[in-house]
Write a protein that binds this ligand. Structure first.
Ligand SMILES: *Cc1c(COP(=O)(O)O)cnc(C)c1O
Length: 496
């Protein structure tokens, strides 16, 4: 089952090109998935082919088993084997470079895929949780992630959130001096087991996507290390507080070159060394290097890999791995993006200005970033026929539109694909992080159901509900349905 399905995917794959290093390739803007002629699968590797094959099987099974059809025109799928493999790949990559016995906590950035069964699966694969809001913490707890495997990082923690985290023993990284003041007061009133640190911004610069560049000079995150007096303030903060034992930085996300990420980690490590020199002991015992490994949206290949990043870090910052420091990582997108697919039925196929347009049920509600910032977030679309089989046929440049009532609601513009016809399915690939789990309620479009898939011993695809599709009753309830007369019931003062 070569991934024919990935008909569109196959077209885009050529972009990948295999020129230069993984680091170079991720320097630039996410390369567009559009308008590249079909080419082979050279260099993509067995893992990528197997993932594409599982996706094709799952789409067909979703149609056969009725998860997708005329009355259920959109579904989100998660590849359970893919999630397990990604988690194992992450653990193996850091184990391979860290001194034996180094404590390493991989805390999944919950915001990437805030779904309880996903957090549970990751937990069972040895991955913890990085949370940044009371909601995310509640999800991690519902999944059974223990406090010892949880890290709280939000830039806007309230006193109540801090108190709860400290009471539970969750690791907290203070974002700024005012937050540290609050923590001071809290631990004076009740001792805590929480490992505590400060988030710093090494201000090493941004990447291709401004909105995701966390280490620019004026980023809102952490203590801006190169600002006047800031480094000295951090050093003093540790000197005054022997209980500050961690140091945290998260220098970027999609669009940041690997070399820049490694520099951010190197600067953080250098600061930890300076703190410890001053203290004359290993006060900082754990360095949290954040997440941010970019994802290749242009083909099925996993690039860069965790192994590449871990080796680059070891080369750049060897001291980080010599056993003197415990490590925390906070990867999100790179763990889940390639494990998710949104599949939507083509309700109508039409033409406009000579261009074919497939009107589907997947648009801004499941792909807000792509719809609003298509240059930064191009997605590959794969074409399947009405039975969920990979669609064959010559590539035709077409638009794949969503159901929302505004003209820009396009999943893909001018993408070459086998011509999508009424009743076919369009699949938006690599949408397991920051897409279908980030529903946008435009037009009161329902949140699609999310299903995990895995093959049983006979090879048959089995689905498990991760999240039920949202019902109309839920939409009404969440839209003030219980308060229909609330506004007409207010006084009429001023009306006379
Ligand atoms: C968003 C975020 C992450 C995860 O980033 P990815 O790009 O999804 O890997 C990790 N740490 C912090 C502090 C974040 O804000």
């Amino acid at each position: 089952m070569e991934h024919g399905g990935s008909s569109g995917a196959r077209d885009a794959r050529a972009l990948d090109g295999h020129t230069g290093t993984a680091a170079d390739r991720h320097d630039g803007t996410a390369s567009g998935a559009a308008s590249v002629a079909a080419s082979g699968t050279a260099g993509e590797g067995a893992e990528a082919r197997a993932r594409a094959a599982r996706r094709d099987e799952a789409v067909r099974a979703a149609v056969e088993q009725g998860l997708l059809g005329p009355d259920r025109p959109i579904v989100a799928l998660l590849d359970v084997a893919g999630i397990r493999q990604a988690a194992a790949g992450l653990r193996t990559a850091f184990d391979a470079v860290a001194a034996p016995g180094t404590p390493v906590l991989h805390a999944f950035a919950v915001k990437a895929t805030p779904l309880v069964p996903v957090l549970r699966l990751l937990h069972e694969e040895g991955i913890g949780a990085e949370v940044a809001s009371p909601g995310e913490l509640a999800l991690a707890r519902a999944a059974g992630v223990p406090a010892s495997a949880t890290v709280l990082d939000s830039p806007a923690k309230t006193p109540a959130e801090l108190r709860e985290a400290l009471a539970l023993g969750i690791a907290v990284n203070a974002d700024n001096p005012q937050e540290l003041d609050r923590i001071d007061a809290l631990i004076r009133s009740a001792p805590s087991r929480s490992p505590l640190g400060i988030r710093v911004n090494p201000q090493i610069g941004g990447g291709a996507i401004e909105a995701l560049s966390t280490a620019t000079a004026t980023s809102k995150f952490g203590v801006a290390l190169r600002d006047e007096g800031a480094r000295e303030w951090v050093l003093r903060a540790y000197e005054d507080r022997p209980w500050l034992t961690r140091l945290h930085a998260h220098t970027g996300s999609q669009g940041i070159p690997l070399s820049l990420m490694a520099r951010g980690v190197a600067e953080t490590y250098a600061l930890a060394e300076e703190i410890n020199r001053r203290a004359g002991r290993r006060q900082v015992d754990t360095i949290d290097i954040g997440g941010g490994l970019p994802v290749n949206f242009a083909s099925d290949a996993t690039e860069p890999t965790y192994g590449e990043y871990a080796r680059l870090l070891k080369e750049t910052v060897p001291g980080l791995f010599d056993g003197r420091y415990g490590l925390v990582t906070e990867f999100g997108r790179s763990l889940l993006a390639k494990q998710g697919t949104v599949v939507a039925r083509v309700e109508y196929a039409k033409r406009a200005g000579g261009r074919p347009v497939a009107v589907t049920h997947a648009g801004v509600q499941v792909a807000a970033r792509t719809v609003y910032a298509p240059e930064s977030w191009p997605l590959r679309v794969a074409a399947y026929d009405a039975k969920g089989r990979p669609k064959e046929g010559p590539s035709v440049v077409q638009d794949v539109a969503g159901p929302a009532c505004f003209a820009g609601d396009l999943l893909a513009r001018a993408q070459p694909l086998p011509l999508l016809e009424q009743g076919d399915y369009a699949a938006a690939l690599d949408t397991g992080a920051y897409y279908f789990a980030h529903h946008y309620a435009y037009n009161s479009l329902a949140r699609p159901g999310v299903y995990g898939h895995a093959a049983d011993e006979t090879g048959a695809v089995r689905f498990a509900v991760v999240r039920e599709p949202q019902t109309l009753a839920e939409i009404v309830a969440e839209s003030g349905g219980a308060h229909a007369r609330a506004l007409t019931g207010l006084p009429l003062a001023g009306d006379d």
